[in-house]
Design a protein around this ligand. Sequence first.
Ligand code: HEC
Ligand code: HEC
Ligand code: HEC
Ligand code: HEC
Ligand code: HEC
Ligand code: HEC
Length: 418
Amino acid sequence: MLPKQSLIRILFLFVVLVSPLVSLTSQKAFSQASDVPTDAETITAGEKLFSENCKVCHTVETRLIGPALKGVYDRRELPWIYSFVKNSSKLIASGDEQAVAIFNEYNEIPMTAFDFFSDEEILSIMSYIKDQADNAPAPEVAAVPAAGETTEPEGLPSSYLNAIIAGAVVLLVALIIVLSMIVTRLSKYIRLRDDISEEDKEYVKQRNPMEMIRNKAFIGIVAAVFTAVLAKEGLDALYNIGVQQGYAPKQPIAYSHKVHAGDYQIDCNYCHTGVTKSKNANIPSPNICLNCHSSITEGSTTGTKEIDKIFAAVENNEPIEWVRVHNLPDLAYFNHAQHVAVGKLECQTCHGPIEEMEVVRQYSNLTMGWCIDCHRDTELNTKGNGYYDRLVELHEQESNKPFTVEDNGGLECAKCHY
Ligand code: HEC
Ligand code: HEC
Ligand code: HEC
Ligand code: HEC
Ligand code: HEC
Ligand code: HEC
C-alpha cells in the first residue's frame, strides 16, 4: 500500500503533467484542423472550386500572388476564413487586425470577393488544401523534354559523328584521285607499248574511268538524279508557301507568357476562357488583366511603362490590338474544345512550351499534313464513354492496332473542311 502522501504527490504530478497535454489537445480542437472534413467527396468538390477560383493566386505549398494556404485552418478561425474569402475588403475595412496585417504584408493586393460561396463550399476548399498539405507529393522530377525537343542520343555526341563522316569523305575523295591517276598512267603506258594488240588496247581504253565519264548513258543517269533532287527541293519549297512556323510578331504590350504562365503559374484557362468550351480559345479582354493589375501597377523588368498601356486601353475604351499569331485559312475548321476537353490534349502538344516564351511563337507548322499525321497516330480517348464501346469492340475484332482518331473518321475531308 502506498502512503497517503505519495498518493497525493502522484495525483499532483499527474495534474501538472497531463493538464498541458489536455489543454494542447483542446487547443488542437480549437485550431480546427479536425473540423475540416476529410472524406473523398468533399475533397474532390473542394479541388474543383479551388482550381476554378483560387489557383490563379494561391498554391498549397508556396507563395504566389497570395500566401501559401497550407495550414491556414490552423492559423485562423474558420468563421474568420469564411468572412475573409467572401469579402476580404469588408473585413479589412472593419479594422480586423489579422486581415489588415496580411493585407499589408501582401502589398495591399486585394483578394477577389467570393460572396456567392456558402460556408460549406469554403470549408470544402479547406479540405482539399489540408489533403494536399498532408499528402504532399514528392519533389518534382526534372522536367520531361517537350515534344519536338531533341535530346542528345546516348554514346557518341553528334558533333563527333559529323567530324568522323567528314574525315571519311575527304579520305575517299583522296583515294579516288590517287587511283584514277594510277589508272591513267598505266593505260597511257599500255598504249605506248608495241607488244600489245590493238584489240587489247581498245579494251583498256573503254575501261578507263575518264572515258566512262564521257559515256552518254552515264551522263543521262547523272542528269536524271540531279533533276529529281531539284524537283523534290522545289516541291518542298512550294509546300511551305503560306506556312508560318516560327512566326513571332511584336505585340502592342510586352505581355509575357513566361512571367504569367511560367513564373506565376496562372492557368491558361483563366485568360483563354473559351478553350475548353468552344471552337476559339479567346484572347482576354483588358478587364481580365485588371483583376490583378488594378493593384500590380509595376513590373520588375518593364516598370510601369507596359502595364500603363492596359489602363490607357480601358480609360479610352479601346481594345488592345494584339497581333494574331496562329491563323488557319478559312477553308479549314479547327475546334479547341474537341481537342482539349474531349481529346484531353495538352496545349503544349500543339503550341510548344508557351510558358517559357516571352513572345508567343508559332510552334507547329499547322499544315494539313500535321493535322493528319496526328490523327493517324493518336489513340482516341474512349475510356468510360459508352458511346464508343461497340465501335471499339468491332475494331478490335478486325485489327490489333489501337483505335485511333483516323478509325473514328478523323481523316474525312468534310470533318475539317467547310
Ligand atoms: C486575385 C488573386 C486572388 C484570388 C483569385 C484568391 N486570393 Fe486569397 N489571397 C490573395 C491575396 C493577395 C491574399 C493576401 C491578403 C491580401 O492581400 O488581401 C490572400 C489571402 C487569402 C487568405 C488568408 C491567408 C492567411 O494566411 O491569412 C485566404 C484564407 C485566402 N486568400 C483564400 C482564398 C480562397 C479560398 C480563394 C478561392 C476561392 C482565394 N483566396 C482566391 C489573392 C487571391
Ligand atoms: C494572364 C493571361 C494569360 C494567360 C494566363 C495565358 N495567356 Fe496566352 N495569351 C494571352 C494574351 C494577352 C495573348 C495575346 C498576346 C500574345 O500573343 O502574346 C495570348 C496569346 C496566346 C497564344 C497565341 C494566340 C494567337 O494569336 O495565335 C497562344 C497559343 C497562347 N496564348 C497559349 C497560352 C497557353 C498554352 C497558356 C498556358 C500555358 C496561356 N496562353 C496562358 C494571355 C494569357
Ligand atoms: C492573375 C493575375 C494576373 C493577371 C490576370 C494578369 N497579370 Fe500581368 N502580371 C501579374 C504579376 C504577378 C506580374 C509580375 C509583377 C512583377 O514583375 O513583379 C505581372 C506582370 C506584368 C507585366 C510586366 C512584366 C515585367 O516583367 O515588367 C505586364 C506588361 C503585364 N503583367 C501585362 C498583363 C496583361 C496585358 C494582362 C492581361 C492580358 C495581364 N498582365 C494579366 C499578374 C497578372
Ligand atoms: C490539337 C492542337 C491544339 C491544341 C491541343 C491546342 N491548340 Fe490552340 N490552336 C491550335 C490551332 C490549329 C490554332 C489556330 C486556329 C485557327 O486559326 O482557327 C490555335 C489557336 C489558338 C489561339 C488563338 C486564338 C484562337 O482561338 O484561334 C489561342 C489563344 C490558343 N490556341 C490557345 C490554346 C490553349 C490555351 C490551349 C490549351 C488549353 C490550346 N490552344 C490547345 C491548335 C491547338
Ligand atoms: C496532337 C494531335 C492532333 C493534332 C495536331 C490535330 N488533332 Fe484533331 N484530333 C485529335 C484527337 C485526339 C481527336 C479526337 C478527339 C475526341 O476524342 O473526339 C481529334 C479530333 C478532331 C476532329 C473531330 C473528328 C471526328 O471524327 O469527330 C476534327 C474535325 C479535328 N480533330 C480537326 C483537326 C484539324 C483541322 C487539325 C489541324 C489544324 C487537327 N485536328 C490537329 C488530335 C489532333
Ligand atoms: C484533320 C483535318 C483535315 C482533313 C481530314 C482534311 N484536311 Fe485538307 N486541310 C486541312 C488544313 C488545316 C488545311 C490548311 C493547311 C494550310 O494552311 O497549310 C487544309 C488544306 C487543304 C487544301 C489546300 C487548300 C489551299 O488553299 O491550299 C486542299 C485542296 C485540301 N485541304 C483538301 C482536302 C481533301 C480533298 C481532304 C480529304 C481527302 C482533306 N483536305 C482532308 C485539314 C484537313
